[in-house]
Write a protein that binds this ligand. Structure first.
Ligand code: ADP
Ligand code: MG
Ligand code: ZN
Length: 487
C-alpha cells in the first residue's frame, strides 16, 4: 500500500530581547547558575509580572512578515503543570486568544512540472501558519552523571519565546526542512532572534502521521521532540514514517503519543502519552491585563519591516538579471545578500559576481567555518578581481590563484597581480612566437591534428599555456592555433 506523509511543525524561537518577558532580568546566556533571577522569574508568591513591550514588538514583526491576522486584543493564560524547572507550577503562555493567526509562508519545492508561462520560476508551495503566540521559557535541569543528583538553573525561566505552529501542510522531510529554513531566515532578517538550532534558540517539535494515498482523513499523529539540528529533523521524520508504516501494514494502530528522537541510535522512543489541553487547566492569567494592539502600532511595525527574503529574491532576479536559483542562494541571509550587492555596486558584473560568490567564496567560507561577515575577502577586493578578469588583465584560471592568495593575505588583487607578475599576455606577436615553437617541437602531433584529430587542439593550447605559465590570453592562443592549422 502507498502512504502519504503529513507533517505539522511547532517551532519555539527565542526572542533576542535584552531582558526577560515579565521582569527586568538579563536574558544573557551562560551566566553562573541562578544569577539572572529575581522574585518574579523565581515564581515567589505575590509578585506581579509586567509584559516586556519589545517581546510584543518582535512577535508583531514576525506575524506581519508571515501574513498573519493580528488580534486587536489577545490574552495570556496559565498553563499548569508540575516540573522542577518551573517554580511557579505554571507557564505563562497564550492559549485561547493568541496575538496572531492564519498566516503563511512559501517554500521552494522540487517539482518536475515546470511553470509554462515562466519556465525560470522555481515551483513554490504555500505552508499555512495556524498561530503565533508569546510565552515564557522554563528553567534548566542539570543532571550529574556520577551521582544521583540533579540541579536546577533558573537563568532561563522567563526568557521570551515565540511559538509558531504550522498547519499540517508538509508532505515530506525535505519540505519540513525547507519550511524551517525559511522560518529561520525570516527571523534572522527581522533581527529578532538567532535561529540557532544547535544552541537551542530555535527548537522544533515535529508532528507526523501517514495515511493511505487517496484518503482524505488524517491518520493518528505522533509528536517528536528533541530535534536539535536540521539534519535530525529530517532523519527523525523519515524514521517515524517508516515506523508508522510498519505498524499499519501489520494491521495495528499508531498510538497518539510524544516520542523522543535519539540521535545516537537514529530512532524515536516513546516518551509519554499525548497530553490534552484540558490536562493543563488553562485559564486567563489574572495578573496580566488583555494585550491591546491598535492600528497605529501595527502600521508602525509594518513600516519598520526590512525587505524580506522573498521580496529580495524577486528583486535580485529583476534588477540583477539573476536566475531564480542564484537569487535564492544569495538572499538566504541578509549578510550574504548585502555582500553580493556591495560587490556588484563596484564592478557592475552581476552574473560573474554571483558565480564567484556561490562557488569560490562560499566554498572558502565553508572550508574555514567562517560566516560571510568574517570573510577574509572584502566585497571591494572581490569586485576588483572580477573587473581584472572582465578587462582581460588576468585569465579566469589565474584569477583562481589570485583569489586563493587574497584569502590568505587579504591583499588587493591588483597588488597580488603586480607582485607576482600574473598579468595576462595579450601581445599577439609574443604568443605567436611561442605557438611557432610548440608547433615545431611536436611534428607528430601536428600531423595527427592535420589528419583530423581535433582533440589535439587541446594539447596545443595546453603546451602554449604551460610555456607562458598560464598567462597567455586563451582567446588569442586559440585564434593563432586555428590560423596555424589552416595554413
Ligand atoms: P497540540 O498543541 O496538542 O500539540 P495542535 O492541534 O496545536 O496540538 O497541533 C499541533 C501540530 O500538529 C500542528 O502543527 C498541526 O499542524 C499538527 N498536526 C495536527 N494533526 C496532524 C496530523 N494528523 N498529522 C500531522 N500533523 C498534525
Ligand atoms: Mg504540541
Ligand atoms: Zn527575573
Amino acid at each position: 500500500m502507498q502512504f502519504e506523509t503529513i507533517i505539522g511543525l511547532e517551532v519555539h524561537a527565542q526572542l533576542k530581547t535584552r531582558t526577560k518577558i515579565f521582569c527586568g532580568c538579563s536574558t544573557q546566556f551562560g551566566g553562573p547558575p541562578n544569577t539572572h533571577t529575581c522574585p518574579v522569574c523565581l515564581g515567589m508568591p505575590g509578585v506581579l509580572p509586567v509584559l516586556n513591550r519589545q517581546v510584543v514588538e518582535y512577535t508583531l514583526r514576525m506575524a506581519l512578515a508571515t501574513h498573519c491576522t493580528i488580534a486587536r486584543e489577545s490574552r495570556f493564560a496559565r498553563k499548569n503543570y508540575f516540573y522542577p524547572d518551573l517554580p511557579k507550577g505554571y507557564q505563562i503562555s497564550q492559549y485561547e486568544l493568541p496575538i496572531a493567526e492564519h498566516g503563511h509562508l512559501d517554500i521552494a519545492v522540487e517539482s518536475d512540472s515546470k511553470n509554462e508561462s515562466d519556465p525560470d520560476a522555481e515551483p513554490t508551495k504555500r505552508i499555512g501558519i495556524t498561530r503565533i503566540h508569546m510565552e515564557e521559557d522554563a528553567g534548566k535541569l542539570i543532571h550529574d552523571d556520577r551521582r544521583p543528583v540533579s540541579r536546577v538553573d533558573l537563568n532561563r525561566t522567563g526568557v521570551p519565546l515565540m511559538e509558531i505552529v504550522s498547519e499540517p501542510d508538509m508532505r515530506s522531510p525535505a519540505e519540513a526542512g525547507a519550511y524551517l529554513r525559511k522560518l529561520r531566515s525570516i527571523i534572522r532578517y527581522l533581527g529578532i532572534g538567532d535561529g540557532n538550532m544547535e544552541e537551542g534558540s530555535f527548537r522544533c517539535d515535529a508532528n507526523v502521521s501517514i495515511r493511505p494515498v487517496g484518503s482524505d482523513r488524517f491518520g493518528t499523529r505522533t509528536e517528536i521532540k528533541n530535534l536539535n539540528s536540521f539534519k535530525n529533523v529530517e532523519k527523525a521524520i523519515r524514521y517515524e514514517v517508516a515506523r508508522q508504516r510498519e505498524i499499519l501494514l501489520d494491521g495495528a494502530s499508531v498510538i497518539q503519543e510524544t516520542r523522543l528522537w535519539d540521535p545516537a541510535a537514529g530512532r524515536t522512543n516513546a516518551m509519554r502519552g499525548k497530553e490534552e489541553a484540558h490536562d493543563y487547566r488553562y485559564f486567563p492569567d489574572p495578573d496580566l491585563v488583555p494585550l491591546v494592539i491598535d492600528e497605529a502600532w501595527i502600521a508602525a511595525a509594518r513600516q519598520a519591516l526590512p525587505e524580506l527574503p522573498d521580496d529580495k529574491r524577486a528583486r535580485f532576479i529583476d534588477q540583477h538579471g539573476l536566475p531564480a536559483y542564484d537569487a535564492g542562494v544569495l538572499t538566504a541571509s541578509r549578510d550574504l545578500a548585502d555582500y553580493y550587492e556591495e560587490t556588484v555596486k563596484r564592478c557592475q558584473l552581476p552574473k560573474p559576481a554571483s558565480n564567484w560568490i556561490m562557488g569560490s567564496l562560499l566554498g572558502l567560507l565553508n572550508a574555514e567555518g567562517l560566516t560571510i561577515a568574517a570573510s577574509p575577502i572584502s566585497p571591494h577586493n572581490l569586485a576588483d578581481l572580477l573587473t581584472l578578469i572582465d578587462r582581460g588583465t588576468i585569465s579566469g584560471k589565474i584569477a583562481k590563484t589570485v583569489f586563493e592568495e587574497m584569502a590568505v593575505s587579504g591583499n588587493s588583487p591588483q597588488e597580488i597581480v603586480a607582485a607576482k607578475g600574473l598579468e595576462q599576455v595579450s601581445d599577439t606577436d609574443a604568443i605567436a612566437a611561442i605557438v611557432d615553437q610548440v608547433w615545431a617541437d611536436h611534428p607528430d602531433e601536428v600531423a595527427r591534428l592535420k589528419a583530423g584529430n581535433q582533440k589535439l587542439m587541446g594539447f596545443f593550447v595546453g603546451q602554449v599555456m604551460r610555456s607562458t605559465k598560464g598567462k597567455a590570453n586563451p582567446k588569442i592562443v586559440n585564434q593563432l592555433l586555428a590560423q596555424k592549422l589552416a595554413q
